[in-house]
Design a protein. Structure first.
Length: 291
């Protein structure tokens, strides 16, 4: 009983830092889903591609993964534009299942490309600060988890400011809320969908870099990443960036607390039970759709 309080504090701190990292892939997915009404099942493998790009630049050039973001963000934005133009937009008037199948096909292709180029071995990125930590009283804080959490919060804050304070962001929100009305107001809804997909994919690239700093990765790990992202988006409300961030923190705290006081074998089971209970009370998620 004497060590219960320090363990609880450590679990809360670890959960908050973990939730911050979970928010990155989720907000990109939420943006695409909310604006385009497209379930981007390839979001996880695009994030994984970001991990391998960071690995390659780190090993070949000695470039710190956080510095590599200068190239990752615009590069993945362009990848998002390409995917939207070639796979998603041509299927805009087809049944929703068509775009889902096309993106599933992209997932399989990218997974196989990753496996051929980088092999199926487990990989990890270990910059000089990967093992650094601070002892703050009874709590041990990992420097790399703090850095990735701060990176995530900065990215989410910038996205939230873009959506709420700029003309582009307001046009994206209008397209997400009511596409016909946005068209009547003179907004180019197709262009907003293109930009939203690009931004969402850029966030996936950033998420891949952040996740690669704290977890080992391999060609099929994207399945677990995208499942977590879907869970957070559903919990926070599709298209709601602030709700997605809150849901990410909730998931991180739940996983950390269950893992500390129950057992890691029950973490996923417990988290999904929690999701079901919340959705029974609020089927629209914690915050509902973006308003």
């Amino acid at each position: 009983m004497d060590d219960a309080a320090p363990r609880l504090l450590q679990a809360v701190v670890s959960g908050v830092l973990l939730g911050g990292v979970y928010a990155l892939p989720a907000v990109g997915l939420s943006l695409i889903w909310g604006v385009m009404k497209v379930v981007n099942i390839a979001h996880g493998v695009l994030a994984l591609l970001g991990s391998y790009v960071a690995l390659t630049t780190f090993q070949a050039l000695g470039l710190d993964p956080l510095v590599a973001l200068v190239a990752v963000v615009p590069g993945f934005f362009l990848i998002g534009l390409l995917v939207q133009r070639t796979l998603v937009q041509p299927l805009g008037h087809a049944p929703e299942m068509s775009s889902l199948l096309a993106l599933f096909g992209l997932t399989i292709v990218l997974e196989n490309v990753i496996q051929r180029v980088w092999t199926a071995d487990f990989r990890a990125i270990t910059p000089w600060y990967s093992g650094a930590s601070w002892a703050l009283g009874p709590v041990n804080v990992s420097l790399i988890r703090v850095l990735t959490c701060v990176l995530s919060l900065v990215a989410v804050l910038l996205l939230d400011q873009l959506l709420s304070r700029t003309y582009l962001g307001k046009a994206i929100r209008a397209t997400a809320q009511n596409r016909p009305a946005a068209l009547l107001a003179g907004i180019n809804a197709d262009r907003m969908a293109l930009v939203a997909f690009g931004i969402g994919t850029a966030l996936a690239g950033v998420a891949g870099v952040a996740l690669s700093l704290i977890y080992s990765f391999y060609p099929t790990v994207h399945v677990f990443w995208v499942v977590k992202a879907f869970l957070i988006v559903v919990l926070g409300g599709v298209g709601n960036i602030r709700g997605t961030l809150a849901a990410a923190f909730l998931l991180g705290l739940a996983e950390s607390l269950f893992g500390t006081f129950v057992s890691f074998r029950w973490v996923d089971f417990s988290v999904y039970v929690l999701l079901l209970l919340i959705l029974l009370v609020r089927p629209q998620g914690l915050y509902g759709r973006y308003a």
